[in-house]
Write a protein that binds this ligand. Structure first.
Ligand SMILES: [Cu+2]
Length: 151
């Protein structure tokens, strides 16, 4: 929990002033592996939201180890915002080269406004993965962004 708070306070500092994040809308995302830094600037284009992903546990290829990550959601002014009312995250991993998913994608929990945590995600092997971050309105996919991940 302490770690989450320190990350959050960092974020609030970070969100003061103009973020370089919003000038790079069309850039492809960078990887997010092997670091606890805020290293990805992702967007949900239909909802006009920006995401940052920060690993809290992992990412580990070892199937016995839980992975979890923080998802920070901001609007185009850099303010923390929730996903739109009635929308839910559905985050899942896929290994394209072998055509299979994770051992368990886990679930997403809202911590506070604009702050979500993915818990109990378990990969089943090392290699190249795609992490798909999606929001659904009921059964309708509203936004999706793919994050490459090398384990
Ligand atoms: Cu595989």
């Amino acid at each position: 929990m302490l770690k989450i708070f320190s990350i959050l306070s960092l974020l609030f500092l970070y969100s003061c002033g103009e973020s370089p994040l919003f000038n790079h809308e069309n850039e492809t995302t960078t990887g997010i592996q092997g670091t606890t830094d805020l290293t990805s600037a992702l967007s949900f284009k239909n909802s006009n939201l920006y995401l940052k992903v920060n690993w809290l546990k992992g990412p580990f290829a070892d199937p016995s180890l839980e992975n979890s990550f923080l998802i920070i959601v901001q609007n185009n002014s850099g303010e923390l915002v929730d996903v739109p009312s009635g929308h839910d995250f559905y985050n899942w991993g896929w290994m394209p080269s072998m055509g299979h998913g994770t051992a368990d994608d886990g679930y997403t929990e809202r911590i506070s406004k604009g702050v979500y945590i993915q818990k109990e995600l378990f990969f089943n092997m090392g290699g190249e993965w795609d992490l798909n971050l999606e929001i659904y309105n009921g059964s309708t996919l509203v936004d999706s962004v793919k994050v490459p991940l090398s384990l």
